[in-house]
Design a protein around this ligand. Structure first.
Ligand code: HEC
Length: 127
């Protein structure tokens, strides 16, 4: 009983270390798949509608440093900037899942590694 509990806890810790990341780690990984990030380009990308109905700012607002509302459901979205929400970009799978979904909603396609690097580098400058 004790040993199975203990090994369960150890496994959980291992799983956490594997998936835990920092915004800097994720930025490095996106940059290694593309080129150096530009926060200026990232902010423009975030504000642009890309020929469709929404921009990233439609749900996250600009600056995304406070609670905002989902443009369709009205549900509260926590701040996207890591300075205002330390949980952001600390889990690669989670960040990837939402990039995929949100990029599809806004651009009608997945974002490229360069676009993710640009947006993330800009978000890291938001106070
Ligand atoms: C229609 C509303 C909507 C739009 C438009 C939108 N998002 Fe989001 N976004 C969400 C919701 C909902 C979540 C998940 C809830 C949460 O994490 O608070 C989310 C979460 C995220 C996350 C997860 C970050 C993390 O580590 O927790 C990223 C990255 C993200 N959005 C990026 C973008 C980008 C880039 C765009 C523009 C291409 C965008 N979003 C446009 C609603 C939106």
């Amino acid at each position: 009983m004790f040993w199975s509990l203990l090994s369960g806890i150890i496994l959980m810790c291992l799983a956490f270390t594997v998936s835990a990341a920092t915004p800097q780690d994720l930025l490095k990984s996106y940059e290694s798949q593309s080129g150096k990030a530009s926060s200026v380009r990232g902010e423009q990308f975030f504000n642009a509608k890309h020929g469709n109905e929404w921009s990233c700012a439609s749900c996250h607002e600009n600056p995304p440093n406070h609670d905002t509302k989902h443009i369709v459901t009205g549900k509260v979205i926590k701040p996207l900037a890591p300075s205002a929400n330390p949980a952001r970009f600390t889990d690669e799978a989670r960040a990837e899942k939402w990039f995929k979904r949100n990029c599809n909603d806004v651009l009608g396609r997945d974002c490229s590694a360069q676009e993710k690097a640009d947006v993330l580098s800009w978000l890291m400058t938001v106070k």
